[in-house]
Design a protein around this ligand. Sequence first.
Ligand code: ATP
Ligand code: MG
Length: 335
Amino acid sequence: MSEPLLEIEDLRVRFRSDEGVVSPVNGVSFQVHEGETVAVVGESGSGKSMTSLSILGLVPAPGEVYDGSIRLQGEDLTKMKRSQMRKLRGNEISMIFQEPMTSLNPVFTIGNQMIEVIRLHQKLDKTESIQQAVTMLDLVGIPEPERVLKQFPHQLSGGMRQRVMIAMALSCNPKLLIADEPTTALDVTIQAQILNLMKELKDELNTGVILITHDLGVVAEVADRVVVMYGGEVVEEATVDEIFNHPVHPYTKGLLASVPKMTGPVEELGAIKGSVPTPSEMPTGCKFHPRCPIATDLCKQVHPQLEETTPQHFKRCFHTEGGVKHDEHERSTIS
Ligand SMILES: Nc1ncnc2c1ncn2[C@@H]1O[C@H](COP(=O)(O)OP(=O)(O)OP(=O)(O)O)[C@@H](O)[C@H]1O
Ligand SMILES: [Mg+2]
């Protein structure tokens, strides 16, 4: 395989407060290649957004990335100055958030906002920028782009606003697009349209995409590879086919079992009991052990390491085929 576009290695984020230190991201590693969509899944609080904010250099204070590296085409983003990061955002890396209203400025027209982004990043003059904005809106399937350019964000529907966000995110032709729950606020038909659109644009522009979502249906639809997060770490990673057809981690199996099947008899939903522990009350050993149906004493005491079970399939569990060594570094930081 070619050199990865993005390479996250042993990423660790911490928040210090009077009550102590919590680490919502604790040794996360994964890669994204050009033209590849990597889905990051996991329950609420598992550290998905904090991981993506780390890539953008936007972990909110007093949080900080305190260990690990994030290399974009070989260059470590965690070592970059704020001004360099600012240049990178919206240039080489773009982000689409869940609620476009929070990222679009309500007092400026769509045209003002898009043209500013385009002029800033592509060094085009005003007429060329307007033309480029029209082309991008057309590309994301917005009818009458010239009219939409004159409108304010509140005059558009949720689906249209999300399309505008995607058009803006892509108008600087980023190498990496991070989409954090980009479709959860939209109805199902629009959701499908937006996802198809992202897929087409990715193929056309060869952008690497990190797609953060709760929705495994969406994952099956658009992802090439899947990273499953739990309690601030990766517990399984594999191709989308492997994850759906041969999941190995009990947490991944639980997530898949809680998706209603479209075919066959209706089965009881196998939702995972309990909830994700907060960073301040992480259990020792395997973080999933209090909820795991196959946990043993070993799981309560020793923290399993992420290991490759079959080529390109990684898991963090003692009790699936192929034993796993414990991780000395993480074990020492638990207590
Ligand atoms: N300012 C903060 N101070 C301390 N901890 C924080 C802060 N912000 C977030 N966290 C913690 O970081 C953890 C991971 O949060 P994150 O937003 O990355 O989860 P997520 O996987 O994106 O969840 P969701 O699916 O709900 O978006 C959470 O448990 C949260 O409590
Ligand atoms: Mg989130």
